[in-house]
Each structure stands twice: as structure tokens, then as C-alpha cells.
Write a protein that binds this ligand. Structure first.
Ligand code: PLP
Length: 380
């Protein structure tokens, strides 16, 4: 999309701007929101009504009941709340299975979960970046507390087989958490078909504000609060609720539901871009044969390794990311590509291009033109 000022923003998996419609409705939409939703008088009741209306909107996008939505400060917090809750539920179930490509807000809980008596194991992925169901099946057993598999990967965009994962978890009596941060607002919510016990969401990935997320907790699934002292959110997350942020999140969810066809249509734009990048620059598209988010392309440009492509594109007015090379330890390959056993020669020269609802063909064409200039300048 083109930002005010003219820069072209192609990093919608990192974050999205607050939609003007969301800002307008959140500020003007439901009257004054300053009251404390726990206060019994008019201002409190007004804030409570706004909060509950927002909860219903978030629930509608996820597909769950409003009472199953717990507002959190972020998706990171939601991921922590889910895994801690699941591990504390059954003393006899100690193993925690995480797909090896989960977001760091899941993978980096390992130490904390082990301190709580958990035994953390990772589930490998295929060369296309999709969780290996056979491996998951053989790791599952009566001592598994919880399995965490994201709905869509933040870098490759690969959609994970969460429906099958859900089925395997139910057969083994394990709880199932899915981080749906990247999926919500881009593809239909996995809540009904995959039937996770926990689902994490973030407002700022779907044109809502930063500073608010949610955990959907299936009715009956165990929940152990991370924050206590106040009893808000039905005792599930103490701290005075961020009513204005929740309202903005709610409106963003409404827009996201309406915007699903527009996001689905981005696949054609993305596919055309990938064809051009392959034929002109020999780009290697990662997870290209997996079902993917329609907006996401994760690619390597052989020969551009070690060059600051992101910086050069930034200087020309384009915002894209390199993927999470910052999390890579060995050989410079982003962690997800290591897990996919990608060719180490592809280290460096990786770009993640993630389109948004307002991305137009001319924005992508301008990006390809700028990339061509950058690659030519590297040859000089
Ligand atoms: N999960 C996934 C898949 C993400 O992409 C992100 C953010 O990039 C998060 C969790 C964490 O979100 P936040 O930083 O908003 O807490």
C-alpha cells in the first residue's frame, strides 16, 4: 500500500497501519470510554457495554462465543497464557510439543515451561515448511499436555494442517493451542474446523492498534491467569481493561471479516510478482508448493547474499523485511529456512514481501522496478 508521504509499505505481516475507519469508529463510535468497566455507575456501565460489544466483534471474527475471548496486552501474552494454562492443568501430562517453526513468543517459553516441570519437544516441518503430521503422531502420547502449532507462518505464509493437528490432539487427549496471529483477517478462522482449545490473536496485524491481543479459550479448557489481583476478564486476566483499544480491535475485526475476499484476491497479484521475480532475478520462492497466505511471499535472491537489500530498498522508499535472519544462529539462514533444510547457499538475500488490503498492482510493479535497480547497483 502507499502511505501518506508516498512510501510503499509491503510488510503487512510485521504490522498494519490503524485503518482510518477503525480510528474514526473507535474514537467516536461508542461515546465516552474513560469509565472503568468495573465501576457500577453510568460511566462504568458505558465502558462495560463498549467492552462487551468489542468482545462480541472479536469473537465473531474468530468464530467463538464472546465469553471465550480474553483480552490480553498482546499476542505474545496470549501465547504465554495458553501454554502455561495447559501445562498446569494435568500433573500427569508433562510433555509440551511445539512445532519447530513457531514464533519466538512460543519457542522461547521453553525455559519457563521446563521450570514448571514441562518437557518441551519440537515437531519438525517438511521442506515446504509444513508441520510433519507423521512426526507429530509419533510424538503424541498420554503424557502430552499441549501441542502448539500456528495456523500460518509469519515469514513463509505456509498454512499449517491445523484441522489434522486438532484431530490428533483430541485422539491423544492433549490440549491444542494455535497461534492464529497471521491467519486472522487473511484466511477464515480455524476455530470451528480445527477446534483448538486456545487461539491467539493480535489487533495490529489486522489494521487495529498495537497493545492489545486476545486469547480465545474454549469453554471448559483450563486457564491459569498470568496476572492476578483485580479479577478482571472474569478472573482470567487481572488489570483494568483497555477499553478504547478493545473497541478499536473490535471494529478492526469487523473490517477484517468484510475484507477477506479482498485479501484472497491478493494471491493473483502475489503470484504474478513471484513469476516475474523468478524469471528476471532467479528468485527462489520458499514454501511455494505449500498452501499459503494469499498476501505473503518469502524469497531468496541468489547472488545477493550478505547485501543490505532491505536498507537499499528503504532508501528508495519501500518497506519490506528480510525475514527473521536476526534469529538465525548458524550460517545466516533464517531459522525457518534452517528447519525446512533449505540450501545454505540461500543465506542472506532473503526478502519477505507481505501485501495488504490496499496493495495495488502499481505498488508491486514499482517494488520490482526498485529491486531491479538495487540488484544492478550491487553488480557495479
Ligand atoms: N505470533 C506470530 C505468528 C506473530 O507473527 C507475532 C508477531 O509478529 C506474534 C505472535 C507476536 O505478536 P506481538 O508482538 O504483537 O505480541
Amino acid at each position: 500500500m502507499r502511505l501518506p508521504g508516498g512510501r510503499i509499505y509491503l510488510d503487512c505481516n510485521a504490522t498494519t497501519p490503524l485503518a482510518p475507519e477503525v480510528e474514526r469508529r473507535a474514537v467516536g463510535g461508542r461515546g465516552s470510554l474513560f469509565g472503568n468497566p468495573s465501576s457500577p455507575y453510568a460511566e462504568g456501565r458505558e465502558a462495560r457495554a463498549a467492552l462487551e460489544a468489542a468482545r462480541a466483534q472479536v469473537a465473531r471474527l474468530i468464530g467463538c462465543a464472546p465469553g471465550e475471548v480474553v483480552f490480553t496486552g498482546s499476542a505474545t501474552e496470549a501465547n504465554h497464557l495458553a501454554l502455561r494454562s495447559a501445562l498446569s492443568a494435568h500433573p500427569g501430562r508433562r510433555r509440551v510439543l511445539l512445532s519447530s517453526i513457531e514464533h519466538p513468543s512460543v519457542l522461547e517459553q521453553r525455559e519457563d515451561l521446563e521450570a514448571l516441570g514441562g518437557v518441551v519437544q519440537t515437531v519438525p516441518v517438511t521442506g515446504e515448511g509444513v508441520v510433519d503430521l507423521e512426526a507429530l503422531g509419533s510424538l503424541l502420547g498420554p503424557d502430552v499436555a499441549v501441542v502448539s502449532v500456528m495456523a500460518a507462518h509469519n515469514e513463509t505464509g505456509a498454512l499449517q494442517p491445523v484441522q489434522e493437528v486438532g484431530r490428533l490432539c483430541r485422539e491423544a487427549g492433549a490440549l491444542f493451542h494455535t497461534d492464529a496471529v497471521q491467519a486472522l483477517g487473511k484466511v477464515p478462522s480455524p476455530w470451528r474446523e480445527a477446534r483448538p482449545d486456545y487461539l491467539s490473536a493480535a489487533a495490529h496485524k489486522l489494521y487495529g492498534p498495537k497493545g492489545i491481543g486476545a486469547l480465545a479459550v474454549r469453554n471448559g479448557a483450563p486457564l491459569r491467569p498470568l496476572l492476578r489481583g483485580g479479577g478482571q476478564e472474569g478472573g482470567r486476566r487481572s488489570s483494568t481493561e483497555a477499553v478504547a483499544l478493545a473497541c478499536a480491535f473490535g471494529w478492526a475485526c469487523d473490517l477484517a471479516r468484510e475484507g477477506l475476499p479482498a485479501v484472497a484476491a491478493l494471491a493473483a497479484l502475489r503470484d504474478d510478482m513471484e513469476r516475474e521475480l523468478r524469471s528476471r532475478f532467479g528468485a527462489v520462492i520458499h514454501a511455494a508448493r505449500a498452501p499459503r497466505l494469499p498476501n505473503t511471499s518469502f524469497l531468496s535472491l541468489p547472488g545477493a547474499g550478505g547485501r543490505d537489500l532491505v536498507g537499499a530498498l528503504d532508501a528508495r522508499g519501500f518497506a519490506v523485511s528480510a525475514g527473521s535472519a536476526c534469529h538465525s544462529g548458524q550460517g545466516g539462514l533464517p531459522a525457518v529456512l534452517r528447519e525446512m533444510k533449505a540450501d545454505p547457499a540461500l543465506a542472506g538475500g532473503t526478502l519477505r514481501v507481505s501485501l495488504g488490503r490496499e496493495t495495488e498492482r502499481e505498488h508491486v510493479a514499482a517494488f520490482v522496478g526498485a529491486l531491479s535497480e538495487v540488484l544492478r547497483s550491487l553488480e557495479d
